[in-house]
Design a protein around this ligand. Structure first.
Ligand SMILES: Nc1ncnc2c1ncn2[C@@H]1O[C@H](COP(=O)(O)OP(=O)(O)OP(=O)(O)O)[C@@H](O)[C@H]1O
Ligand SMILES: [Mg+2]
Length: 255
């Protein structure tokens, strides 16, 4: 689904070059759920933006479904770190936005109501983002991403604004939808439990320059239990890598 080779990206900040990463290699299979985890500033959002086609790399290749990624595409959905609903559109219009862009809204009006219900926002169709909680906005943003049924969904900390209980419910909801829609997912998260609970593989990134330090396979059966011994074992392993990573052997991993 996604194949990235030798990807490098540098930004110019106040006349100074900031090398975000120099050589990222990553493959994500169709239907797979991959999480990116790592310190702030290690380039997670930049990597997602590159895959989305929103920005261009300095060098390297990026393929989605075998085609070079050169620009954004409706087949690659993107949910931003800040929920980024359009403040001038109400919840209904925000969720319907992608369908309108694709020109399929008229034949799919019932789908908008279906998604509003799915994310628990019935009754709030006419509300605007400033009138809702952060969690409600994130749920609306998720509905807006899923409604156009992208092959690949790129999620940048999609649940960051949620309280712990709503967050766990939304994790289950995303997994349920992902299973139904067979969407390939790449999700940035800072939450170790979330990464282990949701992912087939967790990509651990390190900063300065950003690189993939380790990839952990989470081979636990689904649906997963947050309290099983096997879950705790994976979680501890990931915590260990994140906290004592300086001792890790530097290797270039490829998935
Ligand atoms: N548009 C930009 N212009 C200049 N520098 C940028 C730009 N976007 C990102 N950067 C720089 O690239 C580096 C990586 O940023 P990025 O947003 O990808 O990090 P991140 O891993 O997503 O961090 P966080 O966990 O805090 O969201 C940072 O040093 C940042 O300052
Ligand atoms: Mg980020």
């Amino acid at each position: 689904m996604v194949k990235i080779e030798h990807l490098s990206k540098t930004f110019i900040q106040n006349g100074i070059e900031v090398k975000v990463f120099g050589n990222i290699n990553l493959e994500v299979k169709k239907g797979e759920f991959v999480s990116l985890i790592g310190a702030s500033g290690c380039g997670k959002s930049t990597l997602l933006r590159l895959i989305a086609g929103l920005i261009q790399p300095d060098s390297g290749t990026m393929l989605a479904n075998g085609e070079p990624i050169t620009a954004p595409s409706p087949t690659r959905g993107f949910a931003f770190q800040e929920h980024a609903l359009f403040p001038w559109l109400n919840i209904y219009s925000n969720i319907a936005f992608g369908l309108k862009m694709l020109g399929t809204f008229k034949n799919n009006k019932s789908l908008v109501n279906e998604w509003i219900e799915r994310v628990g926002l019935k009754g709030f169709e006419k509300s605007f983002s400033h009138q809702l909680s952060g969690g409600m906005c994130q749920r609306a943003a998720l509905a807006r991403s899923f409604i156009v049924r992208p092959d690949l969904l790129l999620l940048d900390e999609p649940l960051g604004a949620l309280d712990a209980f709503t967050r766990m419910n939304m994790q289950d909801e995303i997994l349920r939808i992902q299973e139904q829609e067979k969407t390939t997912m790449i999700m940035v998260t800072h939450d170790v439990d979330e990464a282990v609970y949701m992912s087939d593989r967790v990509v651990v990134m390190s900063p300065r320059p950003g690189r993939i330090r380790k990839i952990i396979n989470i081979e636990l059966p689904r649906p997963r239990s947050r309290i099983s011994g096997l879950f705790t074992e994976r979680r501890n392993k990931l915590l260990d890598i994140l906290h004592f990573g300086g001792e890790e052997k530097e290797e270039e991993y490829k998935i």
